[in-house]
Write a protein that binds this ligand. Structure first.
Ligand code: Q9C
Ligand code: ZN
Length: 334
């Protein structure tokens, strides 16, 4: 399978994550990409499709914020990575505030996504990698893999979160729609893809289906519940299939079949697959029990749809097993 990647994605290298009052190593590390690269062989270089593709998903104000946030942080005399601490949860409204701490609050929904010096560059090229792999699929490849990192599925049109800054899957989906395709998105990361869901929530022309840990127990908590089915013209075009912690392949496959059945009924001519390997039994921050060989079986079932597919990397934090898990998935798909 053709694989895409750009070394500039490594520029995003946040240092630490503050969690429960303690500093822990940041889970979403450049080492994740290195581990995948070591397992899949030499990928093709991403091609720059420009910033206009980003603006099809993200607001101008958010992109301007993301572009300058770390510089603004430093200009304010602050050390390390930029990270917010106050959020407008109550009566959120459009205020044009200058203070970097206020802007971090306005454009984030959690504290899990620090902005480092190279975050814009890394996120920009992660999105371009998705667009480049999409280009291969639009040109006739049955499937292509985008080694996106940082990941994207938690961030919305004007907010970051969950280690995500630009929504690679949504950006690719919009580009595919602009190329005349009917698009479905399947998200199989351990965590609900709340940003992707939000972006397409009122759209009937894009199906969003997700299998993930029940948000009653797991991040992102506030989205991904089974009763979220879309709104307005999008009513019925969102499908959430939450699973209890501890799910193994036997518990996973019925949900996968339900998602695939819905996708087949929607009859897309292009599938964007948000693939997270954090469903792995050994993942340090997740609680499902898929094994390396299971990814080949999951991938084979998705491939059996016969729909041209862009596979975009999302999470997966067991770095020692990550390469094998991704390779198993890609081999199963092919
Ligand atoms: N100690 C993705 O997989 N923090 N994002 C969880 C657990 C946020 C995961 C903290 C997890 C975000 C793309
Ligand atoms: Zn995840």
């Amino acid at each position: 399978m053709r694989c895409f990647w750009d070394a500039r994605q490594l520029a995003h290298a946040p240092e630490l994550e503050l969690h429960n009052g303690a500093f822990v190593p940041f889970a979403e590390s450049p080492a994740r990409a290195e581990a995948i690269l070591a397992a899949i062989g030499t990928p093709e270089a991403a091609v720059d499709h420009g910033e206009a593709r980003l603006r099809a998903v993200h607001s101008e104000a958010y992109l301007a914020f993301l572009w300058s946030a770390h510089k603004d942080w430093r200009a304010a005399g602050r050390p390390g990575d930029a990270s917010g601490y106050a959020w407008p949860v109550v009566r959120r409204r459009q205020l044009s505030l200058d203070r970097i701490d206020a802007r971090l609050g306005a454009y984030s929904f959690d504290a899990a996504s620090p902005i480092a010096a190279g975050t814009w560059e890394g996120a920009y090229w992660s999105a371009q990698t998705a667009l480049s792999a999409l280009g291969a699929v639009l040109a006739g490849e049955p499937a292509a893999f985008a080694l996106c990192r940082p990941p994207g599925h938690h961030c919305g049109s004007d907010y970051l979160g969950g280690y995500c800054y630009l929504n690679n899957a949504a950006i690719a989906a919009e580009a595919a729609i602009a190329a005349g395709r009917k698009v479905a998105i399947l998200d199989v990361d351990y965590h609900h893809g709340n940003g992707t869901q939000d972006i397409f929530y009122e759209r009937g022309d894009v199906l969003f289906a997700s299998i993930h840990a029940d948000p009653r127990t797991d991040y992102p908590f506030f989205w991904g519940h089974a009763d979220e089915t879309g709104e307005g013209e999008g009513e019925g075009a969102t499908l959430n299939l939450p699973l209890a912690r501890g799910a193994d392949l036997a518990a996973y496959l019925p949900a996968l079949d339900a998602a695939l059945e819905r996708i087949a009924a929607f009859a897309p001519d292009l599938l964007v697959l948000s693939y997270g390997a954090d469903t792995f039994a050994g993942d340090p921050i997740s609680q499902f029990r898929l094994e390396t060989a299971d990814y080949a079986r999951v991938a084979r079932r998705i491939a059996s749809l016969g729909t041209p597919t862009l596979i975009a990397m999302e999470g997966g934090y067991a770095v020692d097993a990550l390469g094998a898990n991704v390779a198993s998935f890609l081999e199963g798909f092919a």
